[in-house]
Design a protein around this ligand. Sequence first.
Ligand SMILES: [Zn+2]
Length: 131
Amino acid sequence: MTDNVEPVRRISPFLLVMILVAFILSLSALYIAVNSIIEQTDILNSYSFLLIGFFGLALSVYMLLQTRGKPKHAALELPKVITTLECPKCDFKNIRDFQREDYIFKETESCQKCNETMKITAIYREAKKKK
Ligand SMILES: [Zn+2]
C-alpha cells in the first residue's frame, strides 16, 4: 500500500497570538507616534515610534499572509477508503484501495485463485488509530 499523505502545515494558536500581539503593539506605537507628532512633543522619539510601528505592522501582516497562504482543503487529511472484493465461487477475499467508480455489487477484477469475476462487497473508510 502506498501512503501519499501530503505533509500538513498547521498554524499554531501560539503563532497567531504572537502575530496579534505584534499587530496591536505596532498599532499603539503608530498611535503614540502620530499623537506626539501632532502635539510636537519629543519629535525624535516619535519618529522612532513611527518606524517601530511600521516595521511591526509590516512584519505581522507578512507573517499572517505566510500562515494563510495555503488553500483550506490541504489542511484536511483525507481518510483512506478501502474496497473489499469477494469471489462468489471460492469466497476468496481481496482488499484494495478505493478506486473511482467503485460501488457495491459491481463486478470487477477476476479472482486470483479461480479466475471468476469478483464482486465488490464492501466500501468503507479505514479506521484511524488514535492515541
Ligand atoms: Zn475465486
